[in-house]
Design a protein around this ligand. Sequence first.
Ligand code: ADP
Ligand code: MG
Length: 322
Amino acid sequence: MLSEFDLIKRYFHRDRPGQAVLGIGDDCALLQPAPGRQLAISSDMLVEGRHFFAGADPRMLGHKALAVNLSDLAAMGARPVAFTLSLALPQADPAWLEDFSQGLFALADEYGCELVGGDTTKGPLNICITVFGELQPGHALRRDAARAGDDIWISGTLGDARLALAAYLDEIALDPGALDQAGLRMHMPAPRVALGLALAAAPLAHAALDISDGLVGDLGHILAASNVGATLDVDALPAGPVLARQSAALRRRFTAAGGDDYELCFTAPRDARDAVLAAGRETGTAVTRVGTIDAAPGLRLVDAAGQLLDLRLAGWDHFAAG
Ligand code: ADP
Ligand code: MG
């Protein structure tokens, strides 16, 4: 039987020089931010049966647990530096740990983000990661920074993860190939780190967040924090390739209020349009203009012709949803 310390040593402690002054093994890790940089810190927890199905593929779980955290750094415009991992495990299962750590470190290495500590305990499967990133003071893409007249932009595509969930729950039917493709969007989100860095570098964007609970609800956080309203062209929302083949009604619903997208929603001044498109090209990330920030409060959903739509769409709320 694997002890707690053997488990950490075998699966999570790696002998590679990272950026941290001190990594796993002491009471605390030590990080030294580059001179004049700010630390950006974020935490996200994945709970079995709530954020993922029991028996979920451990390699994809390792990827997703870190990806959703890197997505928060991306949404702030921060460069990933390090992370901690707090794990509750029902048992020390070597095959599960091997796959989980492989999925986790494949993504961590892609971004040069070093695992510097954590906690390990027995209990119902629960994965909590905290990420640390760096950015230039004054360049963070904050939710309270949207201004009337800004364009609203979305990275990548929306809705395929929600479509996969609907298929897993037997709410809709998808052929196996389509379900695999949409399922990858749910299980293997790609954090938009390069785009976030490009948007914060100039800085090009005003406000940003990552879409985890559905666009309409998440955009509402920007509107509330910035004390503005918005008009959103629901038909301009970029649907994922699988969702794009579904009915117009489903497309609207799952692009506007799907969830688990991990794309960026950001606002930028009109005169930054060309620069935003260039940032998208340079980082290999599609960017689509989907609306405008208004001085008048409230969120207006319109169709391609500019007609006001009466759609009842709500973001995901863990407590409201029960
Ligand atoms: P403490 O008793 O101070 O909580 P632990 O004995 O739990 O410390 O952990 C020993 C070391 O291993 C610490 O440096 C801690 O950060 C690290 N650690 C524990 N669990 C994990 C994990 N799941 N991933 C990475 N590091 C971990
Ligand atoms: Mg501990």
